[in-house]
Structures are given as C-alpha cells and as structure tokens.
Design a protein around this ligand. Structure first.
Ligand code: FES
Length: 128
C-alpha cells in the first residue's frame, strides 16, 4: 500500500506555504502521519506519499477513485460537499457518513492534523 517516499514529501519547493500534517489510516488500520503542504488536495498529498489512491479523473469528480473516509472528529471542519460531490459519493464503494472525495478537500491551516481512512477498494466509474 505505502510505496514509500519520504523523499517526495521533503521535496516541496515553496517557502511561503505552510507545511501541515495529516494522517492516512490504511485499510489494514495502520496510521501514517505525513507532511501535507497547504493548498494541496488530500488526493495530491496521498500521491506525494505513495498511497494507493488513484484519482483517475484527476479531480474532475467523474470517478470516485479518490474516496476517503474522514475521521468523524474532522468531518464537520471540512468544507461542505457540493451536490456534484455528493452525487459521486453515492456511487462510491463502501460509503460512510463521513465519506468525501479526496480531490475536493484542500489542505488549509484549519485542517492541520486531518485524519482520513483509505477504503479497501474503489469503484472506478470511468473505467481504465
Ligand atoms: Fe476522480 Fe476525485 S479524482 S472524483
């Protein structure tokens, strides 16, 4: 699941952007705290750290392969999901009350420490 990449996490070139933290809990229940640069999406943070979160449509809300389950303590701090995001989540695998699309959550200082769980599987609605 975790393909590594502490090096990728360190290679962040912008000095004036805050380096925040977030935690991914993998499908086996293991926690991984990682650097999460302000302004990146949860999907981008996952990619920078080698997590298996596909993001097949690259943030166009057409695939649901970026589905994550927000920790209940963090869910209310997230921006409200759009109708389009809710519609896509209706089609995702193993949806929970706190499910969100990782491509639609942007890291801000208010989300420093965010915790999300990676589902065991995803439906890829655009194929591939
Ligand atoms: Fe496809 Fe988020 S990357 S819906």
């Amino acid at each position: 699941m975790l393909k590594a990449s502490a090096d990728a996490a360190k290679a962040f070139p912008f000095n004036n952007i805050s380096m925040l933290k977030m935690t991914f809990i993998d499908p086996q229940g293991k926690s991984h705290e990682v650097d999460a640069p302000e302004g990146l999406s949860v999907l981008e943070v996952a990619h920078r750290n080698g997590f298996d979160l596909e993001g097949a449509c690259e943030g166009c809300m057409a695939c649901s392969t970026c589905h994550v389950i927000a920790d209940p303590q963090w869910f209310d701090k997230l921006p409200v999901a759009s109708e389009e995001e809710e519609d896509m989540l209706d089609l995702a695998f193993d949806v929970h009350e706190t499910s969100r699309l990782g491509c639609q959550i942007t890291m801000t200082k208010d989300l420093d420490g965010l915790v999300v769980t990676l589902p065991a599987q995803h439906y890829n609605l655009i194929g591939g």
